[in-house]
Design a protein around this ligand. Structure first.
Ligand SMILES: Nc1nc2c(ncn2[C@@H]2O[C@H](COP(=O)(O)OP(=O)(O)OP(=O)(O)O)[C@@H](O)[C@H]2O)c(=O)[nH]1
Ligand SMILES: [Mg+2]
Length: 639
């Protein structure tokens, strides 16, 4: 089953609403004001059951020139255009304007309907038909069928239904995109149900019970019930008119232009776009105030020309659009631009970058990169986003930044330009510009080399947290993981090695360091010669200073001696193993003789030392698993 929406278009009073009524039996002009004035003001919704049993959604738009923004909102989600021209009226201003708008919105298929033939002379109908054929030349309706009907007598209505069926068969379903997006075009409360919103599903699908978001507010919603053409459904997909009963949204939360999506999408006040002006004599200067219409979203914007100083009527340019409010767009979204006074449609175009940098100075390089994106290649947009993130970006954040799904991103990642590197882990991927990755690697090596220079006696290098801080690779929860991948690859290349949770230079080795041999010897000899008189730290420091060893170097030397097991650090005291070893032998022998244990005083007598060293040694032997404490005495620890 195909999911398609057909939209009417055409000048006021040419018979659009009457035609929809004749086709479907549904009268779209339901509002009091519409009935009173005899014109359409709001969008109308209907559906047509085709002879093959499938349904096509119909949106009826107003023809009045004051309601062009409503027409744009309605036409934004349609697949097939039905341009309605009264045979007794011919091509009129909004026939022209609506056709241009639909072309701008990227609509590719359509039908032309000549109405009111029951009240029009035959030769006038012929003239109108010729006029319209001439008028649509060069547009997407050039080869569209022209069907003559009377909504009053129903002449031609069956033929029109058949024609719609045939066109629907030829129309491709919307390209599959994963993210669900739907502009809300109506919101109302239904007693017993709560809030209901309707719209044309632009992309993706939504299932009953699923979680969704109101954008740009990011309010969380739940989809309680889904209807499509008045019947309950489990899901809606792109090309459907959907009616969603949502939990978590009240009418007060709603502002025109809001979207429903199954994902939080990024907003921006800046948009890069390709703008085409209509050929109606209006030029644009470097900066122009204009009315911007996209889906149901509508705001005054400032348009900044990027690659031209003046944009002539009928011409195309790259522009940066400055919105006063956040806008949620995707690459390829279509928009319409009207004059600020809202009396004329100026043109329209396509979004290139939904969240660009501010191109303040119109640098040639920036414009070139926007121009590259203008070809509509997603892979270029991805590359450009990666280049904006000097320290790399995860697949998740990248997809979020571009309002695309991770699957879409990973599908095209193999086609990324050669300056972009992809680092893959089991769980995800990271993207970074190669020159930036090289820069980070260089910084890593430089930093680790410096660290070794300052800490020659430790085999350790830098921890990942330290490196992350130093390099500024700190853009999110996963940035450490990206750095880890970069470090692992350096390990594979034998440039780095992993030492005790740190990364060290591959060739770094304490054994190779002899620059401090003299200083080490001074400290070690001092500790050896101190014997049972445990030196105070201040005494060691004084000696070190005299020898030109600063505090940080002293710490390293002590750590080095401890690592080599030449020195013991016990409760802040440093005692050489040559002092400890004979005591160890003596106490083991004595305790073997005295299974009831020895007190500190007895130990003191045994080694002829002081109380302090005895306490320290007992504590050391306890930690070595030789002795254990039993009340006032130490005994041999039973193995
Ligand atoms: N005799 C005759 N009258 C028609 C036909 N179609 C429409 N009309 C009349 O033309 C007038 C305008 O018709 P609508 O269907 O409201 O026109 P519309 O294009 O929807 O107008 P807007 O929505 O305001 O732009 C109404 O009075 C209709 O009754 C037709 O085929 N034959
Ligand atoms: Mg109407």
């Amino acid at each position: 089953m195909k999911h398609l929406i057909l939209g009417t278009a055409g000048h006021i009073d040419h018979g659009k609403t009457s035609l929809v009524n004749a086709l479907t039996g549904i009268n779209c002009d339901t509002h009091k004001e519409e009935k009173r004035r005899g014109i359409t003001i709001n969008l109308g919704f209907a559906n047509l059951k085709m002879p093959n049993g499938e349904k096509v959604g119909i949106i009826d738009v107003p023809g009045h020139r004051d309601f062009i923004h409503t027409m744009v909102a309605g036409a934004s989600g349609i697949d097939i255009a039905m341009l309605v021209v009264a045979a007794d009226g011919g091509v009129m201003p909004q026939t022209r304007e609506h056709l241009r708008i639909m072309e701008t919105l990227g609509i590719k298929r359509g039908i032309i309907v000549l109405t009111r033939i029951d009240i029009t002379e035959k030769d006038i109908i012929e003239m109108a038909s010729d006029e319209i054929s001439e008028f649509v030349k060069g547009s997407f309706l050039e080869n569209a069928p022209i069907v003559r009907v009377s909504s009053k007598t129903r002449e031609g209505i069956d033929l029109l239904t058949e024609t719609i069926t045939a066109i629907a068969a030829q129309t491709d379903a919307r390209p599959e995109k994963e993210i669900f997006r739907m502009y809300i075009d109506r919101i109302f409360s239904v007693s017993g149900f709560g809030t209901v919103v309707t719209g044309s599903v632009l992309s993706g699908k939504l299932t009953e019970g699923e979680q969704a978001y109101l954008l740009p507010d990011e309010k969380e919603l739940r989809i309680r019930r889904i209807e499509r053409y008045g019947a309950e459904e489990k899901e809606v997909v792109a090309g459907d008119r959907a009616s969603l009963n949502v939990v978590g949204l009240s009418k007060e939360d709603f502002v025109r232009g809001m979207l429903i999506s199954d994902r939080k999408l990024r907003n921006s006040n800046l948009l890069d776009a390709k703008l085409q002006l209509f050929d109606n004599g209006r030029n644009l200067g470097l900066w122009t105030q204009a009315q911007f219409l996209m889906g149901t979203f509508e705001t005054q914007v400032r348009v900044h020309l990027l690659d031209k100083d003046i944009l002539h009527s009928g011409q195309e340019a790259l522009v940066q659009i400055h919105c006063p409010i956040s806008c949620t767009a995707q690459m390829g979204d279509h928009f319409v631009l009207r004059s600020s006074s809202n009396d004329m449609t100026l043109g329209g175009g396509e979004i290139i970058d939904p969240a660009p940098l501010h191109h303040k100075r119109r640098h040639a390089k920036d414009i070139q990169s926007v121009a590259k994106l203008a070809d509509g290649k997603l892979v270029e947009l991805v590359a450009s986003e990666v280049r904006k993130n000097h320290r790399g970006i995860s697949a998740d954040l990248l997809a979020d930044a571009l309002n695309i799904s991770i699957k879409e991103l990973l599908d095209i990642s193999k086609d990324l330009p050669p300056d972009i590197a992809q680092l893959k882990s089991d769980k995800t991927s990271f993207f970074i510009e190669k020159k930036e990755a090289n820069l980070i690697e260089e910084q890593i090596h430089k930093n680790i080399a410096n660290f070794h220079k300052r800490n020659p006696l430790t085999p350790d290098g830098r921890t990942i947290e330290e490196l992350q801080g130093i390099l500024g690779v700190n853009w999110g929860a996963e940035s450490g993981e990206m750095l880890q991948l970069m470090l692992n690859s350096q390990v594979d290349k034998k440039k780095l090695k992993k030492v005790n949770h740190t990364w060290a230079d591959f060739n770094h080795s304490v054994e190779n360091v002899h620059t401090l041999d003299t200083q080490i010897a001074v400290i070690e000899t001092y500790l050896k010669n101190s014997g049972l008189r445990t030196p105070l730290m201040t005494e060691i420091e004084t000696l070190a200073r005299k020898e030109g060893i600063d505090t940080s170097m002293l710490k390293q030397i002590l750590k080095h001696l401890i690592t080599k097991k030449n020195v013991h650090q016990i409760e802040g005291n440093y005692i050489h193993e040559s002092v400890v070893a004979p005591c160890r032998v003596k106490i083991v022998a004595a305790l073997q003789q005295n299974p009831d244990g020895l007190t500190v005083a007895q130990f003191r007598d045994l080694i002829d030392g002081n109380r302090k060293i005895c306490l320290l040694l007992y504590s050391l032997f306890d930690s070595e698993g030789i002795t254990e404490r039993m009340g006032d005495v130490r005994v041999l620890k039973m193995k």
